[in-house]
Design a protein around this ligand. Structure first.
Ligand SMILES: NC(=O)c1ccc[n+]([C@@H]2O[C@H](COP(=O)([O-])OP(=O)(O)OC[C@H]3O[C@@H](n4cnc5c(N)ncnc54)[C@H](OP(=O)(O)O)[C@@H]3O)[C@@H](O)[C@H]2O)c1
Length: 330
């Protein structure tokens, strides 16, 4: 049974990947975490998901199908030993790359994977748009993703960079299942309010996080991996999302458009955020300015060629219309 390790499997994207992996009887799943103590319900939740998907038979569903293993990202030799001890074949990194420290943690993990005799494949933490050097002037933090990709290119590991565009979850939460931190991007549907970057006609490729995880699980069966594994649940614009949201809620929204010049100058309108958001006013301004800049510069319009959608036609990702209808229709 191949052993798949999910680094950062305790976070928003990581948990979703782990949920999907444990529902496949053929994988043994290890969550790599800095903390040894697991959430009280973590194990029970995953065993329940696994049971449900094995359709009645819980044979082989021993506690060894899922475990959490503690690692120290600053100690490369000990990480390599851990990977070998538990026979990790593939690492999926879902570490939140937000700082030099988190980026270094992932680079160290790549090095440990290279040293481990059992580890052959690595999916770095990306789960976003196609990050290239040309985009560094728009988003300097892209260097974290590029550093990991360059390190993998010079390694003996097989790798692929998973690109699902924007997660669709943000426009369905809290009415749709999601492990992501709630945040309002452009439109806050619950509050019937929108602050849209540009003229609202930029194309956004978007995928529900659980659909991304479904494709990722399928990727694990392939012998060859492309550099970019692009997944597109749907292609929409903010104006289209707004129109559908107004229809499903039966309400006219209050809408502001920030011009491209305003967006490029960082002078953005922050839409109302969901209650309990963990971000400070300053952080919300930064995140909104960055994502708005990326949107008006067209980065969420992903290439049409070689999408995983064509490779796995049996997966039917949810469309934005379906997600909005399910989440907001009165
Ligand atoms: N396209 C989109 O719309 C979208 C949206 C959200 C995220 N993403 C991407 O998905 C990836 C994961 O994001 P996320 O929001 O799920 O991350 P997250 O929840 O913020 O963090 C994931 C995990 O990273 C680990 N971590 C945190 N600090 C660390 C450190 N200093 N060293 C090592 N590990 C550390 C933690 O695991 P432990 O504490 O267990 O070690 C944490 O649970 C990122 O690459 C992000 O850019 C994309």
């Amino acid at each position: 049974m191949p052993v798949i390790a999910v680094a950062g499997g305790t976070g928003g994207v990581g948990k979703t990947i782990v949920e999907r992996l444990v529902s496949e009887p053929k994988h043994q799943v290890i969550v790599l975490s800095r903390q040894v103590r697991q959430d009280r319900f973590e194990r029970a939740k995953y065993l329940q998901i696994a049971k449900k998907n094995v359709q009645g038979s819980i044979q082989g569903l021993s506690s060894s199908r899922f475990q959490r293993v503690q690692i120290d990202y600053n100690d490369i030799p000990s990480m390599a030993r851990v990977l070998e001890d538990v026979h990790v074949d593939t690492i999926v990194s879902a570490i939140g790359l937000v700082s030099d420290e988190t980026s270094q943690a992932q680079l160290n993990l790549i090095e440990a994977a290279e040293k481990s005799r059992t580890t052959k494949r690595f999916i770095p933490s990306e789960f976003s748009f196609i990050q290239t050097e040309e985009l560094l002037h728009i988003d300097p933090s892209i260097k974290y993703w590029l550093d990991a990709a360059n390190r993998l290119k010079s390694s003996s590991l097989q790798f692929t960079r998973v690109v699902p565009g924007f997660f669709m979850d943000y426009w369905g939460m809290p009415n749709i299942q999601s492990n992501l931190q709630p945040y309002s991007f452009g439109i806050n549907i619950a509050k019937h309010s929108a602050a849209i970057p540009g003229n609202g006609d930029d194309v956004i490729c978007t995928t529900y996080s659980y659909d991304m995880a479904n494709y990722l699980v399928k990727l694990l069966d392939l012998d060859e991996w492309p550099e970019f594994s692009v997944i597109v649940g749907d292609e929409v614009t903010y104006n289209q999302i707004l129109k559908m949201a107004e229809e499903f809620t039966g309400t006219k929204f209050e809408v502001t458009y920030d011009s491209v010049d305003q967006v490029n100058a960082g002078n953005v309108t922050i839409p109302p955020n969901p209650p309990g958001t963990k971000y400070s006013e300053e952080e919300m301004r930064e995140v909104t300015a960055l994502v708005s800049r990326l949107t008006v510069n067209g980065v969420f319009e992903l290439p049409k060629e070689n999408r995983l959608n064509e490779l796995f036609p049996d997966i039917h990702p949810i469309t934005m219309k379906e997600l909005l209808e399910r989440s907001w229709k009165k």
